[in-house]
Design a protein around this ligand. Structure first.
Ligand SMILES: [Fe+2]
Length: 312
């Protein structure tokens, strides 16, 4: 990096879509990066502080107890963007999981593969403080405040590792398909199934408490959203059903509005078992013909699995 580039990057902050440091990393082809902590601006820290403060009451009321335990374990500073090394120091002794800084998009196979190795690809930028509510891309508030507290729970962590390992089985299944067209067709179907499962559980899952019977959120998309967390549990228009594998893997979803349909698990042991069922369905070919998606699988996602399938 030239002195001129370093000067340009310093003082610009790490705001989502406006961070020269990230643009440079992407231009260099660096997917895994460092968290250059001193680059966060005071405005970035202030955005974290405001996002974190307003969630407190909502988490107390609507978050799964394991998530609340995770917050205690991780001891975030409520006024400053967390340092990943601090997060990892608290988290690693519990489950071995580590947040790993990335420059942005991670192709699907690599993302799942990281999970299987107890690494969580983590965005380091934070949303623009002028719009706290909606942004289409993940940011450090979603990844660290929404996802990571759950990774301190051993049962949840084991589920995530098992789910991540499904990517290796998917690559294996694709490698066995006959010709390139059939490989791509099978991969697209399996990938739709895996993405939908991830979406309706890890991102938007609900759980019914065993003693109280109350529904609480464990999905990070809900836990990092001030508006949707309440909506997902209180709003009568939301359809909430017990998690069923054949439904979830065939259920299309859209990302740009509150979810109208959500699925409830009893506990993480049940979720772990269901990932096992997902694996055996994949092995027996039952994920090869799920309902097609409306969106095309991205070329980078497809290529990541095809590359992995070559080494089988
Ligand atoms: Fe997420």
């Amino acid at each position: 990096m030239t002195a001129q580039t370093s000067e340009l990057i310093a003082g610009q902050g790490l705001t989502t879509t406006k961070a020269p440091y990230i643009e440079q990393a992407v231009a260099n082809g660096d997917m895994y990066i460092e968290q250059p902590y001193t680059l966060y601006s005071e405005e970035n820290h202030d955005t974290w502080r405001r996002l974190y403060a307003r969630m407190q009451e909502r988490w107390e009321r609507y978050a799964n107890p394991r998530f609340l335990d995770g917050l205690v374990t991780l001891s975030f500073d409520d006024a400053r963007v967390p340092r990943l090394e601090d997060v990892n120091r608290f988290m690693a002794p519990r489950t071995g999981f580590k947040a790993k800084a990335v420059s942005g998009f991670v192709p699907a196979f690599n993302f799942f593969d990281c999970l299987s190795r107890r690494e969580f690809p983590t965005t380091i930028t934070i949303r623009d403080g002028s719009s706290l509510d909606y942004l289409p891309e993940p940011d450090i508030f979603h990844d660290i405040a929404g996802h990571v507290p759950m990774h301190t729970d051993p049962a949840f962590a084991e589920t995530l590792v098992r789910f991540g390992a499904c990517a290796h089985l998917a690559a294996e299944m694709v490698s066995r398909a006959g010709n390139p067209a059939e490989k791509l067709r099978r991969l697209t179907s399996i990938q739709n199934a895996l993405q939908r499962f991830f979406w309706f559980t890890i991102e938007f899952g609900l759980m019914r408490g065993s003693s109280s019977g109350e529904i609480k959120a464990y999905g990070s998309g809900l836990l990092s959203s001030y508006g949707e967390l309440v909506h997902s549990i209180e709003d009568p228009s939301v359809q909430r059903h017990a998690l069923q594998l054949e439904w979830v893997i065939n259920q299309h979803f859209e990302i740009d509005h509150y979810q109208p349909l959500l699925f409830i698990v009893q506990d993480f042991e049940q979720l772990f078992e269901m990932v096992g069922e997902l694996e055996s369905w994949m092995k027996s070919g039952k994920l090869d013909n799920v309902t097609p998606g409306y969106r095309q699988m991205s070329e980078a996602d497809a290529q990541s699995f095809l590359d992995a399938s070559l080494s089988r």
